[in-house]
Design a protein around this ligand. Structure first.
Ligand code: NI
Length: 139
Protein backbone atom coordinates (compact mmCIF):
# COMPACT_ATOMS: atom_id res chain seq x y z
CA UNK A 1 0.00 0.00 0.00
CA UNK A 2 2.29 2.72 -1.37
CA UNK A 3 -0.07 5.56 -0.52
CA UNK A 4 0.58 5.17 3.21
CA UNK A 5 3.27 7.33 4.81
CA UNK A 6 4.07 7.10 8.49
CA UNK A 7 2.95 10.32 10.19
CA UNK A 8 3.38 9.59 13.90
CA UNK A 9 3.58 7.01 16.64
CA UNK A 10 0.72 7.38 19.11
CA UNK A 11 1.76 7.06 22.71
CA UNK A 12 -0.79 6.69 25.47
CA UNK A 13 0.14 8.35 28.77
CA UNK A 14 -1.59 8.90 32.07
CA UNK A 15 0.07 12.25 32.83
CA UNK A 16 0.83 14.24 29.71
CA UNK A 17 2.90 16.95 31.41
CA UNK A 18 5.22 14.43 33.08
CA UNK A 19 5.48 12.42 29.86
CA UNK A 20 6.28 15.55 27.85
CA UNK A 21 9.02 16.58 30.29
CA UNK A 22 10.50 13.09 30.12
CA UNK A 23 10.56 13.11 26.31
CA UNK A 24 12.11 16.61 26.36
CA UNK A 25 14.84 15.31 28.67
CA UNK A 26 15.47 12.57 26.10
CA UNK A 27 16.13 15.23 23.48
CA UNK A 28 12.75 15.46 21.75
CA UNK A 29 11.46 18.87 20.68
CA UNK A 30 7.91 20.11 21.00
CA UNK A 31 6.32 20.37 17.57
CA UNK A 32 2.87 21.31 18.88
CA UNK A 33 2.19 21.87 22.54
CA UNK A 34 -0.76 20.33 24.33
CA UNK A 35 -4.22 20.93 22.88
CA UNK A 36 -7.56 19.60 24.06
CA UNK A 37 -9.56 17.46 21.62
CA UNK A 38 -13.14 18.04 22.71
CA UNK A 39 -14.49 15.32 20.41
CA UNK A 40 -12.36 12.58 22.00
CA UNK A 41 -11.91 14.25 25.39
CA UNK A 42 -8.15 13.80 25.33
CA UNK A 43 -5.13 16.06 25.58
CA UNK A 44 -2.64 15.72 22.75
CA UNK A 45 0.83 17.04 22.02
CA UNK A 46 3.37 16.30 19.31
CA UNK A 47 7.12 15.90 19.79
CA UNK A 48 9.80 15.13 17.24
CA UNK A 49 13.26 13.66 17.20
CA UNK A 50 15.49 12.31 14.40
CA UNK A 51 12.69 12.68 11.87
CA UNK A 52 10.23 10.75 14.03
CA UNK A 53 7.05 12.27 15.37
CA UNK A 54 5.52 11.06 18.62
CA UNK A 55 1.98 11.94 19.65
CA UNK A 56 1.23 11.92 23.35
CA UNK A 57 -2.41 11.16 24.09
CA UNK A 58 -3.84 11.41 27.57
CA UNK A 59 -7.42 11.05 28.79
CA UNK A 60 -8.88 14.35 30.03
CA UNK A 61 -12.07 12.83 31.43
CA UNK A 62 -13.33 9.48 32.72
CA UNK A 63 -15.36 8.99 29.52
CA UNK A 64 -12.61 9.86 27.01
CA UNK A 65 -12.08 7.58 23.99
CA UNK A 66 -8.88 6.20 25.55
CA UNK A 67 -10.09 5.71 29.13
CA UNK A 68 -10.62 1.99 28.49
CA UNK A 69 -7.40 1.57 26.50
CA UNK A 70 -5.19 3.15 29.12
CA UNK A 71 -6.16 0.46 31.63
CA UNK A 72 -4.75 -2.13 29.24
CA UNK A 73 -1.76 -0.23 27.78
CA UNK A 74 -0.80 2.01 30.72
CA UNK A 75 2.03 4.26 29.42
CA UNK A 76 3.08 2.85 26.06
CA UNK A 77 2.88 3.19 22.28
CA UNK A 78 -0.48 1.98 20.97
CA UNK A 79 -0.84 2.98 17.32
CA UNK A 80 1.06 4.05 14.22
CA UNK A 81 -0.66 6.72 12.15
CA UNK A 82 -0.36 6.72 8.35
CA UNK A 83 -1.09 9.73 6.23
CA UNK A 84 -2.68 9.08 2.85
CA UNK A 85 -3.79 11.00 -0.25
CA UNK A 86 -6.24 8.20 -0.87
CA UNK A 87 -8.18 8.23 2.38
CA UNK A 88 -11.46 6.59 1.37
CA UNK A 89 -9.82 4.11 -1.00
CA UNK A 90 -7.32 3.03 1.66
CA UNK A 91 -10.07 2.51 4.22
CA UNK A 92 -11.77 0.24 1.68
CA UNK A 93 -8.51 -1.60 0.90
CA UNK A 94 -7.66 -2.16 4.55
CA UNK A 95 -11.19 -3.34 5.28
CA UNK A 96 -10.87 -5.83 2.40
CA UNK A 97 -7.55 -6.96 3.91
CA UNK A 98 -9.10 -7.85 7.25
CA UNK A 99 -8.99 -4.60 9.16
CA UNK A 100 -12.10 -3.48 10.98
CA UNK A 101 -12.92 0.21 11.32
CA UNK A 102 -13.43 0.92 15.00
CA UNK A 103 -14.81 4.41 14.51
CA UNK A 104 -15.90 6.63 11.62
CA UNK A 105 -13.77 9.33 9.94
CA UNK A 106 -13.85 12.30 12.31
CA UNK A 107 -11.97 15.62 12.29
CA UNK A 108 -8.95 15.77 14.60
CA UNK A 109 -8.61 19.24 16.18
CA UNK A 110 -4.95 18.55 17.04
CA UNK A 111 -4.22 17.92 13.35
CA UNK A 112 -5.81 21.01 11.87
CA UNK A 113 -9.24 19.39 11.66
CA UNK A 114 -8.08 16.74 9.21
CA UNK A 115 -10.10 13.50 9.17
CA UNK A 116 -8.74 10.48 11.00
CA UNK A 117 -10.11 6.98 11.44
CA UNK A 118 -8.90 4.04 13.51
CA UNK A 119 -8.82 0.50 12.17
CA UNK A 120 -7.89 -2.68 13.95
CA UNK A 121 -6.47 -6.01 12.90
CA UNK A 122 -6.00 -9.13 15.04
CA UNK A 123 -2.34 -9.52 14.00
CA UNK A 124 -1.06 -5.96 14.61
CA UNK A 125 -3.72 -4.15 16.63
CA UNK A 126 -4.70 -0.57 15.87
CA UNK A 127 -3.59 1.82 13.18
CA UNK A 128 -4.78 5.30 12.37
CA UNK A 129 -5.32 6.79 8.93
CA UNK A 130 -4.99 10.53 8.41
CA UNK A 131 -6.26 12.38 5.38
CA UNK A 132 -3.51 14.37 3.65
CA UNK A 133 -3.96 18.07 3.99
CA UNK A 134 -4.65 19.61 0.61
CA UNK A 135 -4.17 23.38 0.88
CA UNK A 136 -7.13 24.07 -1.40
CA UNK A 137 -9.39 22.12 0.94
CA UNK A 138 -8.54 23.86 4.19
CA UNK A 139 -11.35 25.90 5.60
NI1 NI B 1 -2.57 9.32 16.46
Amino acid sequence: MQSLRIHHIGYLVKKIEKAKQTFLALGYLIEQDTVYDDIRKVNICFLTRDGYRVELVSPATEDSVVSGLIKRYKNSPYHICYETDDFEADIARLTDDGFIAIDTPTPAPALGGRDVVFLSNAAIGMLELLRTNHPEQTS
